[in-house]
Structure formats: structure tokens, C-alpha cells
Design a protein around this ligand. Structure first.
Ligand code: ADP
Length: 631
């Protein structure tokens, strides 16, 4: 790459100039500037920023400054080509070396590397471990960035054995600075990363884990298909991911959505590789709106305008939830994250974890803690942003209610938006005691469904035969309705007052000692109820349709035309649309309607190279031309 004229300036000013020139951004996001400065000063560092926090820039910017080569280790081979395309769009000399590369491309990449022309090189850990890159790489290497660094830790949620061996390789490049990056890491995982990658007195840049643009909701699951469909319909025409627990769930839900005319595909590890690849490509390239998937989907997904993520089943841990729901709204625009909860999901997770035999005691404890935490997240009527943030060891600063805001707290979760209501302490205790006494009376010999019928006073032949319709608890919660009673039962399970035990393959509901204590007024309980049937209050809430206009006066018609133009250009170039421009840049264009190249350059995300390549055609469409004739 040619030398950057900004290079002779002070490092901070030079970094700022490169940010503007290559990416078209005026200011850094939190901690980016510090991470870049550390890298340029040769200091090791750990960077923990939430998804969408702008991690890539932390290592791409040093590469853009023409001082040498930056090596990026990433496990996401499927993503590398898109990352290279995006870096090239920003004007960097970028390449990737991984096993899926065509021979021709590989040869070119090696030639450029040997000639000292590469600024940024993505490699898979396997490729780096082969060890033959040393000669080509060493002389110009200034920084090794290890992306998805949580993969090095057993404590994380995606351990990869080959990451454990990276320290050996890093030792062979003692002069290069090391940067470990991840989106989700509890303090214990952060420690482990620093130790496993042998970071030398690292600076730590730990961002705030909150994602304020995500609107979190968690509801009791009643009718999975209907509840999923409701969210998909609100976002019709937009990108979304639906996560389900098992392959069977995935196939069933995908078929149902397709039957309802939704543009969608199924994705799970049991499908043939070409079908999986097609689903992923179509989704990233915006030819497909919805992917219904198991958690096998997502690691390689970099579509920045995913507008919603629905969990049709409860995820395995809060870390999983943060990671999976975090795929929504990377572009910083509002996006919805909806979790449909049932206590039976947790039992299935447990059963799957134990299917190959009992776990070591330590692993068993971790599993139980994780299930308890995600269950609590899903049912406790507590601000969901707060719960997530506190889980990752940070403090959540809630907003005060003011005249302009719909709700106090985060104003971006079902609890703070008033869609889920918390019962008062007395009401909660009274209700809990009713549910618990029903379970207690049944002596742990019946399933949850039977106890629900008992509490609702539903008489059937079995109930009469057992004489349970004569009990005092029969019909004690008749007025509350089945949805509420089931949800309370789940909430009491998650809080440890009830438990489900398997007996001869049959799940039985049992009161725990803590539940018995609560019936004697010892201990405290929290219970929530939906304040309105899910969805009815959704209109006043924050979703993208409104969100686009939240910060800027939006022109949706123009935004859609710009989106079409972007897709036409991306198809021509064979890159995903977000590589051309992010949605946020299109939103700003649609709002500001710039008339000149100079004015267009003022839009965030329009750097020198993009202005030169696409400026004219985007101005044409803004001034009224159709995308098809402009492109
Ligand atoms: P992460 O890898 O942390 O999830 P990315 O590197 O993908 O985040 O960046 C997320 C989004 O933020 C991208 O659209 C990127 O272009 C944008 N971005 C990065 N840095 C800045 C900045 N300084 N100002 C504005 N937008 C930025």
C-alpha cells in the first residue's frame, strides 16, 4: 500500500486521519482509539467489546497506517473472504490463507506476501500452526490479532483445541504485539485468555457489555409457531434468525413459516454441506429473509442488518444467549431479541449434556448454574438489560423516566416497556403459595399438566377417580387462566421452589424444601405476568420500522431504493451487500439526501475509496433515478 500522508503526524492524529480516510468515520467508538494506540506502541492487549462494538477496526486500523503487516487469527474460515472484501473496500491490501482457498488465489496471496505488499493477512489457527509462514511474515509483522479469543478457554462456550496451541506460535514472533479480541467473556474467561495466549503485561480494554439498540423480550411459550410467526410478520422483508433447540424443531418450524409464505430456509448440522452453504450465502446476500437454525448457525454470519433474533426454545446459558441474540443489530440500528421460554427446555439441555454418562462434579455444577441463570433471565420480571450486563460483571445505569420516554429503566425490554408486569411482594407470595400447595398435595406423583388442571379446577375422569376434585386446592387459581398458571410454575421451578424429576421416563412435579419453607412464609419470591396479550402492546414499542425514524427523519421509500441499488452493486461484485455500505449509512443518506459528492462524503461510513467507486450512482438514486438504471 502507498504510504499514508498522515504518517508523519502524531500517532493519535495519524490514526484519526486513517479512520476518516479509509472508513469515513469522524470519531472512534469507545476503546478503539486506546486499542489502536497500544498496538502501535507494541503493547499486548485484551479487547472485550460487545458485538457491533467495532472490534475489527482495532486491528485493521494499524494495518491501514502502512507501518507493517497485521496478522489476524480467526476460526471463522467461512467469513474470511467477506472480511477480506470489506477490508479491500476500505482500501487495505488484505488477503486470507485458509484451507478452502482456490489454488490460484492462494498463489497470488503468497506472492503479495513475499513481495511485502500485504497489510492485513487473515489466517486460520490450523494454517498458522503448520509453521511455514514464519519467513514470509516475520520481517514486517507488527501485530498478531487473535479474534474470537474466548475459544482458547475451557470456561468459555466455544472451546477450540487448536487455539490452545497458539501460544507456541506466538512465541516465535516475540517482537510483534499481541491483541486478543472477544465479544463475550466473564472476568474468569478474560483471565484465562491472558494466561493461555501468554499475553505480556497486557493492557485491558473492557467495554461495557450492554447493547442499547437491542430490545429484549422473554415470554412464556404457549404456541411456538404462532409466537414466532408474530415476530417474523412484524419484520416482514427484513433479515432475522430463528433459533430452535433440535433438528426436528428446526425442520418443523421452517416448514410452517414457509407454508405461511415467509422467505426462509432451515439450517442444522444434519443437512448436506451444500444446502447449508446455500442457506448461509443467500441469507448474507439478502436473497433470503429468515434462517431457522440450531446453534450450528451463526459463527460465520456477519450480516450487519439482522433485525431480529427469536429463540423458539431457551438457550443453554446466558453466554450462549448473549452471543446468539447479539447477531441482531450489529449496525447499531434497533433490533428485536425475543426468547420463548419453557422449563422443559432446561430439562432437555440437561438430558443432552448427560447423554454420554455423568459429568465430572465441576462440570455438573457449571451446567446447573448456567441453566439456573438463563432460566432466571427468562422468567424473572427484572429489567433484562440489567440482568445481562450484571452477568458479565458490569454495572447497569438505568435511565430516569422523563416526559419523552415511554418507560423508565432501559426502555428496551418487555419489563421496562410494561409488557410484563411484576406482581407486588404480597401478591407474588400468595400466588406462589397457591401453586406450591397444589404441587405439595399431589406428593410428587403427578406431572405439571395434571397439577395445572388441578389448580384451574378442570375436572376429568382421572381427577374424579383420584378424588382430587374434592380437595381445597382444586380450582384455587381458576380465575388466572392456564397461560399464567403455567408461567408461574416455570418461574417457581427456575427459582428453586419446585422441581421436575424423571421417574420411569415420566416427568413428575415436586415441591422442594425451599418451596415448603416458602409455604411457611420463610423466604421471598418474585413473579411476573404478561400485562397484555403478547404483541398487542408491541405497536407502541420500539421496533425497526419505527427505529429507522427514531434518530433521523427517515424516507423509507428512498431507503428501500438505496437498498436495492446496494444489492445490485453487491451482486455485480460478488460480495455481500454490507461490504458496499452498512444499513446505517443508507439510513443517513435517505435522511440527509446529499446532492454533491462532498456532501455524501459527510455521511458516516463513506470513505475515500467508496466515494470514488459508488458516490456517483448513489447520488443518482438519491436525486430520483431508479436503482436499475443507475447501477
Ligand atoms: P464487532 O466485530 O465488534 O462485532 P465490527 O467490527 O463488525 O464489530 O463493527 C460493527 C459496526 O460498527 C460496523 O458496521 C463498523 O463499520 C462500524 N464501526 C466500526 N468503527 C466505527 C466508528 N469508529 N464509527 C462508526 N462506526 C464504526
Amino acid at each position: 500500500m502507498e504510504r499514508d500522508p498522515a504518517q508523519t503526524e502524531r500517532p493519535a492524529a495519524a490514526a484519526q486521519a486513517a479512520l476518516r480516510r479509509h472508513w469515513g468515520y469522524e470519531t472512534f467508538k469507545p476503546l478503539q482509539e486506546e486499542a489502536v494506540a497500544a498496538a502501535l506502541a507494541g503493547q499486548d492487549c485484551l479487547v472485550v467489546l460487545p458485538t457491533g462494538g467495532g472490534k475489527s477496526l482495532c486491528y485493521q486500523l494499524p494495518a491501514a497506517m502502512g507501518r507493517g503487516l497485521v496478522l489476524v487469527v480467526s476460526p471463522l474460515i467461512a467469513l474470511m473472504d467477506d472480511q477480506v472484501a470489506a477490508a479491500r473496500e476500505a482500501g487495505l491490501d488484505a488477503d486470507a490463507l485458509h484451507s478452502n482457498l482456490e489454488a490460484g488465489h492462494r498463489g497470488e496471496a503468497y506472492r503479495r506476501l513475499a513481495a511485502g505488499k500485504t497489510d492485513l493477512l487473515y489466517v486460520s489457527p490450523e494454517r498458522l500452526l503448520v509453521g511455514d509462514l514464519l519467513e514470509d511474515v516475520a520481517p514486517r509483522l507488527i501485530l498478531i490479532a487473535v479474534d474470537e479469543a474466548h475459544c482458547v478457554s475451557h470456561w468459555g462456550h466455544e472451546f477450540r483445541p487448536e487455539y490452545r496451541r497458539l501460544a507456541e506460535v506466538l512465541e516465535r514472533f516475540p517482537r510483534a504485539a499481541r491483541m486478543a479480541l472477544t465479544a463475550t467473556a466473564t472476568p474468569a474467561v478474560q483471565e484465562d485468555i491472558c494466561a493461555q495466549l501468554a499475553l505480556r503485561g497486557p493492557a485491558r480494554f473492557i467495554g461495557h457489555p450492554d447493547r442499547p439498540n437491542l430490545v429484549y423480550r422473554a415470554f412464556a411459550r404457549r404456541d411456538q409457531t404462532a409466537q414466532v410467526l408474530e415476530v417474523v410478520r412484524i419484520h416482514s422483508g427484513e433479515g432475522g434468525i430463528v433459533y430452535a433447540q433440535t433438528r426436528k424443531d428446526v425442520e418443523r418450524l421452517a416448514a410452517k413459516l414457509e407454508g405461511e409464505g415467509v422467505s426462509c430456509a432451515a439450517y442444522h448440522a444434519g443437512l448436506p454441506a451444500d444446502r447449508r452453504r446455500r442457506a448461509q450465502d443467500d441469507f448474507v446476500n439478502e436473497r433470503l429473509d429468515v434462517v431457522v437454525a440450531t446453534i450450528a448457525f451463526g459463527m460465520g454470519i456477519d450480516r450487519s442488518n439482522v433485525r431480529y433474533v427469536v429463540h423458539a426454545n431457551t438457550p443453554r446459558s446466558i453466554e450462549h444467549y448473549q452471543q446468539e441474540s447479539g447477531r441482531a443489530g450489529r449496525d447499531g440500528l434497533p433490533a428485536d431479541c425475543v426468547l420463548l421460554f419453557a422449563a422443559s427446555d432446561l430439562a432437555l439441555h440437561r438430558a443432552l449434556a448427560l447423554k454420554d454418562g455423568p459429568l465430572a462434579p465441576e462440570r455438573q455444577r457449571v451446567l446447573e448454574r448456567q441453566l439456573r441463570e438463563i432460566g432466571r433471565y427468562a422468567v424473572a420480571p427484572v429489567c433484562r438489560h440489567r440482568l445481562l450486563v450484571e452477568h458479565f460483571g458490569a454495572i447497569y445505569q438505568a435511565k430516569e423516566a422523563d416526559a419523552d420516554m415511554e418507560a423508565a429503566g432501559c426502555a428496551a425490554c418487555d419489563v421496562c416497556l410494561g409488557e410484563t408486569k411484576s406482581l407486588s411482594d404480597e401478591e407474588a407470595l400468595l400466588t406462589a403459595k397457591k401453586v406450591l400447595s397444589g404441587a405439595w398435595r399431589m406428593g410428587g406423583r403427578f406431572g405439571a399438566g395434571y397439577v395445572v388442571n388441578l389448580l384451574l379446577g378442570r375436572n376429568d375422569e382421572r381427577m374424579t377417580r383420584n378424588g382430587h376434585d374434592a380437595l381445597q386446592v382444586f380450582g384455587i387459581l381458576k380465575e388466572s387462566g392456564e397461560a399464567a398458571v403455567r408461567s408461574w410454575m416455570d418461574q417457581l421451578i427456575v427459582q428453586g421452589f419446585l422441581e421436575v424429576v424423571e421417574e420411569r421416563e415420566y416427568p413428575l412435579l415436586r415441591i422442594t424444601p425451599a418451596g415448603q419453607d416458602l409455604c411457611r412464609d420463610e423466604g421471598a419470591v418474585r413473579l411476573g405476568v404478561p400485562a397484555a396479550p403478547a404483541g398487542r402492546s408491541r405497536k407502541k414499542s420500539r421496533t425497526l420500522r419505527k427505529g429507522l425514524g427514531a434518530d433521523l427523519p427517515s424516507d423509507e421509500e428512498l431507503f428501500e431504493r438505496l437498498r436495492r441499488l446496494r444489492r445490485l452493486i453487491a451482486e455485480k461484485l460478488g460480495v455481500p451487500p454490507y461490504v458496499v455500505f452498512h444499513d446505517s449509512a443508507l439510513v443517513e443518506m435517505a435522511a440527509l439526501k446529499p446532492k454533491t459528492l462532498a456532501a455524501l462524503r459527510g455521511v458516516k461510513g463513506v470513505g475515500d475509496r467508496k466515494l470514488e467507486r459508488y458516490g456517483r450512482v448513489f447520488l443518482d438514486v438519491i436525486s430520483g433515478q431508479s436503482p436499475e438504471s443507475a447501477a
